[in-house]
Design a binder for this molecule. Structure first.
Ligand code: ADP
Ligand code: MG
Length: 709
């Protein structure tokens, strides 16, 4: 039989110090297999996990507040004598108890009560209550307070620390959470080395951070005078200290991923100028300074014998395609193959068209592979890639498939990175043939504030095209309610009659493809009826690729005046003559998506317009978002606002939902820490490399393998 010591936080006897990350939750008294199972569902398996599961708010049960000083909204302890107790039969039967303490009085209201309760809540009895103060019909009230009788001299002691309230899961009570946390803290108090401090003292004092045990102790049992406002916001130094460490761990893990990548071998892609020089000669425009700078950065990566891992950020229309094309030519000149991957067929097709136009003149064939290619065509294509006859292939996810094998894959270009996960990129890594790994160029039109990018993409080098080609005029944007639809239709008519072209974008909350397409078809019919003199086309996700292409081509050649579309046209589509865009229900879309959509106009020299036609009433958040769209066209400003209004998860897309989940840190709230986190991560790498592994394991654990997979 186990000897149990009822005061020991541990079940049974533990002699040797066991690390808390290895100690299962069942080591805590009171946690059996059933609770362990519930905890496992929310990712809590060790005692360390319990300690890192922080309260999200606190109650103050340390002092009794005079009734006369209460304010509505306060959650407080009060004490007093019952002056009156009465049952009311209103709409709902309720027990009303009037409690007074000499400074004032208030009503306690119970909708459910037993006879036994009623019998003790009587005039003259003294009770202590905890609850939230609300405005009642005549005076302040507490509805269903927790209460205890304090008659006589044995009034129970008050709490000594603020009472933590933990985020919970089905069937776990706050009392259980508090019990687990205090037992876990007791273990830590008794054996400080069971949870090692990985941040060196030097670093803690330089960045004014409390040590780990002190921070945890503070957060699980804050003193009565703790600043609850700061704790609620997550800006208290104790919380910031944990967020800091977690952000460091992520930073180090991503850097480690990058370093490992960089230790692999890659082909040296030396430029000969054989293709790039004639290409530049034929190009209808000159590169902007930003394009040239980014191209130089890429070009000098490609001549190294370690794989490039570079992210190019450039706003919509900043001209990323031509930069990618030049990188591809450098690889092809050097005798290697290139794969260019886009997230959708439509976008892949467009790259295909642009590259074919550019490369045919150089005598280069551009191949094309999507999920639709089947049978003999596919076999032939795979054979061409495998024996190296095909120098460049454009495609979708289909390029990730196992049977796609290259002869000498030197460079992988990925457009719109945020839609592909890291693991997908890695899948392409092994297609190089032989020991070598291809260079990777990733392009995104989602501008992300720099500090955030450096944190989220620490496994990549970053280049920014921060300049638009000359001659672009900003898109004038108006926000109007759909009650003025007739005016908008008239505006479309006028524009088209004057020889301009327009997009009409339909959105739906429902993600279902079928409904989206139906809505777009209905809109087209209604518009055609209202505007019989216009030629109106329709594109949506359910059209066959050939049909879509035909419609897009007709629009591009000016055969159509108006293009009704779902948000499929969001990325990349390039029709310079289109200068008016109507977006229906823009309030349903995020800022980044609106920015992408609007980027379809304003590509030519004429002034362009965008009409955001919303359906009232607008939420405050939607009002702000549309206001941002009206006020600025700068992708970086929009990204920053998007971050503020939606949070980093949305802004970063898969980055956040896939491998970048934080337990404590919050990229938005903790942005001010990011610079220091970078410095601290470097310091640890330089001076305490042996601590890097344990720190990353503490916060990222098994997910590290996933990132490195
Ligand atoms: P994005 O960065 O959004 O992918 P694209 O590469 O599609 O942008 O370029 C947008 C348009 O700008 C294309 O029509 C492209 O040919 C044109 N373009 C790119 N670079 C320049 C430049 N330096 N001068 C003029 N036009 C350019
Ligand atoms: Mg593009």
């Amino acid at each position: 039989m186990n000897v149990k010591d009822s005061r020991s936080p541990l079940m049974g006897q533990q002699t040797k110090v066991m690390a808390l990350d290895k100690m299962p939750v069942t080591a805590l008294k009171g946690v059996g297999p059933r609770n362990a199972e519930k905890l496992a569902k929310i990712g809590i398996t060790s005692v360390q996990d319990i300690l890192f599961h922080l309260p999200f708010r606190y109650q103050d049960r340390t002092r009794v507040v005079p009734i006369g000083s209460l304010r509505p909204g306060d959650s407080v302890v009060i004490e007093g004598e019952i002056e009156l107790a009465d049952i009311r039969f209103g709409r709902r039967r309720s027990l009303l108890v009037k409690l007074a303490d000499g400074t004032g009085s208030l009503i306690l209201r119970f909708f459910h009560f037993s006879n036994a309760q009623k019998a003790t809540l009587v005039r003259g009895n003294r009770i202590r209550c905890y609850g939230e103060i609300r405005n009642g019909p005549n005076c302040y009230e507490m509805v269903h307070p927790e209460y205890q009788h304090i008659d006589g001299s044995d009034a129970p002691a008050m709490e000594e620390a603020l009472t933590p309230v933990y985020p919970s899961t089905d069937g776990m009570h706050q009392l259980s959470w508090r019990g687990m946390a205090s037992r876990a803290m007791a273990i830590l108090d008794a054996r400080p080395d069971s949870l090692p401090e990985w941040l060196p003292h030097e670093l803690l004092s330089r960045f004014r951070l409390p040590d780990l045990a002190a921070a945890l102790s503070y957060l699980h049992r804050p003193p009565p005078d703790a600043p609850r406002e700061a704790l609620l916001e997550g800006t208290h130094p104790a919380q910031q200290r944990l967020a800091f460490e977690e952000l460091m761990a992520h930073q180090l893990s991503l850097r480690d991923t990058r370093l490992r990548q960089k230790r692999l071998n890659a082909a040296v892609l030396s430029p000969t100028g054989q293709l790039t020089v004639p290409f530049m000669g034929q190009l209808a425009f000159r590169l902007t300074a930003a394009q040239q700078r980014v191209l130089d950065e890429i070009s000098s990566d490609l001549v190294l014998d370690h794989p490039m891992l570079r992210l190019v950020q450039g706003d919509v229309g900043s001209g990323k395609t031509v930069v990618a094309a030049l990188a591809a030519l450098q690889a092809i000149e050097a005798g290697f193959q290139v794969a260019l991957m886009a997230p959708t067929e439509l976008l892949a097709e467009q790259h295909l068209r642009v590259l074919r136009e550019w490369f045919q003149r150089l005598g280069l064939d551009v191949s094309w592979l999507t999920g639709r290619h089947k049978g003999r065509i596919r076999e032939q294509l795979l054979a061409d890639l495998a024996d190296g006859r095909s120098p460049i292939v454009v495609g979708t996810h289909a390029l990730f498939q196992d049977d796609v094998v290259f002869n000498r894959l030197g460079l992988v270009i990925i457009d719109e990175q945020h839609r592909f996960g890291v693991h997908q990129r890695m899948a392409l890594r092994n297609k190089g043939g032989g020991e070598k790994v291809p260079h990777q160029l990733i392009m995104t039109a989602t501008p992300i504030p720099r500090t955030l990018a450096m944190t989220a993409y620490a496994d990549l080098d970053l280049s920014i095209i921060d300049e638009l080609p000359p001659g672009r005029t900003p898109v004038a944007t108006v926000v109007i309610p759909d009650s003025r639809r007739a005016d908008v239709v008239e505006r479309v008519r006028k524009a088209c009659v004057e020889g301009r072209q327009a997009y009409w974008v339909c959105t739906l909350i429902d993600e279902s493809d079928a409904l989206q397409c139906q809505a777009a078809e209905d809109t087209r019919l209604a518009l055609q009826e209202a505007l019989p003199e216009l030629r109106i086309g329709l594109v949506h996700g359910r059209l066959k690729a050939a049909e879509k292409e035909a419609v897009m081509a007709a629009f591009k050649q000016g055969e159509l005046n108006l293009l009704v579309a779902t948000t499929v046209i969001e990325v990349g589509v390039d029709v310079p003559k289109a200068s008016l865009m109507i977006i229906e229900n823009p309030e349903r879309l995020g800022l980044a998506q609106l920015h992408q959509l609007r980027g379809r106009v304003g590509r030519g020299a004429v002034e362009s317009h965008c009409v955001l036609m919303y359906h009232p009433p607008l939420s405050q958040n939607a009002q702000q978002r549309l206001g941002v769209m009206r006020e600025t066209g700068d992708g970086f400003v929009i990204a920053q606002k998007d971050l503020e209004l939606r949070g980093p998860g949305e802004v970063l897309g898969t980055r956040q939902t896939g491998e970048m989940q934080f337990r404590i840190a919050d990229l938005l709230r903790d942005q001010p820490l990011l610079d220091e986190v970078q410095v601290a991560a470097q310091l640890l790498l330089d001076d305490y490399p042996e601590r890097v592994g344990p720190l990353v394991r503490r916060w990222i654990g098994d997910r590290q393998h996933y990132i490195n997979a």
